[in-house]
Design a protein around this ligand. Structure first.
Ligand SMILES: CC(C)(COP(=O)(O)OP(=O)(O)OC[C@H]1O[C@@H](n2cnc3c(N)ncnc32)[C@H](O)[C@@H]1OP(=O)(O)O)[C@@H](O)C(=O)NCCC(=O)NCCS
Length: 150
C-alpha cells in the first residue's frame, strides 16, 4: 500500500536509503534531513514495514519539483513498487500545479520509462547546485539530470 510518510517511518526510510547509499547507488540522507522533509515522502508499506520510498520536493518558484530518494528494498524489487512510487510523485506534482519534475539519477533508463528526458545539468536552477556543492561527490558526480513536463 502506498501512503504519505509520517515521522514514525523516518528510521525505516533512513535505513532503506542508506543501504543503497553505502553501495554508491544513491545519495545518503541524514535522520535530521528526513525528519525535516518528511512531508515530501511517500512510502510503500507491506505488513507494517516500509519496503519502498520516494520524495517529491518543490524547488524554488519556477513551478519545478524534484523526485528524490527513490528506493525499494532489494528483495522487493522488480514488482512494480518503484513504478508506483514514481507515478504517485508525478500525480502529486500535478495536484500541486508543478509544471516540470526533474531527477538526478544513476539510472536514467528507469526514469525514461516514465517520459523523463535527459537535460544538461547546468539547466537546473541555482538552488539545486547549492545542494550539489555540499555533496561529498561534487564535482565528480556521475548523476544524470532528467526532466518531465507535467
Ligand atoms: C530503481 C528502483 C527504485 C526500481 O524499483 P523497482 O520496484 O524494482 O522497479 P519496478 O519493479 O517498479 O520497475 C518498473 C519498470 O522499470 C524497470 N526497471 C526496474 N529497475 C530498472 C533499472 N535499474 N533500470 C532500468 N529499468 C528498470 C522494470 O523492469 C519495470 O519495467 P516494466 O514496467 O516494463 O515491467 C530500485 O531498483 C532501487 O531501489 N534501486 C536501488 C536504489 C536506486 O538506485 N535508486 C534510484 C536512485 S535515483
Amino acid at each position: 500500500m502506498i501512503r504519505k510518510a509520517n515521522i514514525k517511518d523516518v528510521k525505516q526510510i533512513h535505513k532503506l536509503i542508506n543501504y543503497f547509499a553505502a553501495k554508491d547507488l544513491m545519495i545518503a540522507r541524514s535522520l535530521n534531513e528526513l525528519y525535516e522533509n518528511i512531508r515530501d515522502f511517500w512510502v510503500y508499506e507491506e505488513k507494517s514495514k516500509v519496503v519502498g520510498c520516494a520524495a517529491l520536493h518543490v524547488v524554488g518558484w519556477q513551478e519545478l519539483a524534484e523526485i528524490k530518494s527513490l528506493a525499494v528494498e532489494k528483495r522487493r524489487q522488480r514488482k512494480g513498487i518503484g513504478k508506483s512510487l514514481v507515478l504517485k510523485c508525478l500525480e502529486e506534482a500535478s495536484t500541486l500545479a508543478v509544471k516540470k519534475v526533474f531527477c538526478l539519477t544513476y539510472l536514467p533508463e528507469f526514469f525514461m520509462r516514465f517520459g523523463f528526458k535527459k537535460i544538461d545539468k547546468s539547466k537546473l536552477p541555482h538552488k539545486v547546485w547549492i545542494e550539489c556543492c555540499n555533496c561529498p561527490k561534487f564535482p565528480d558526480c556521475k548523476e544524470i539530470a532528467l526532466v518531465k513536463e507535467i
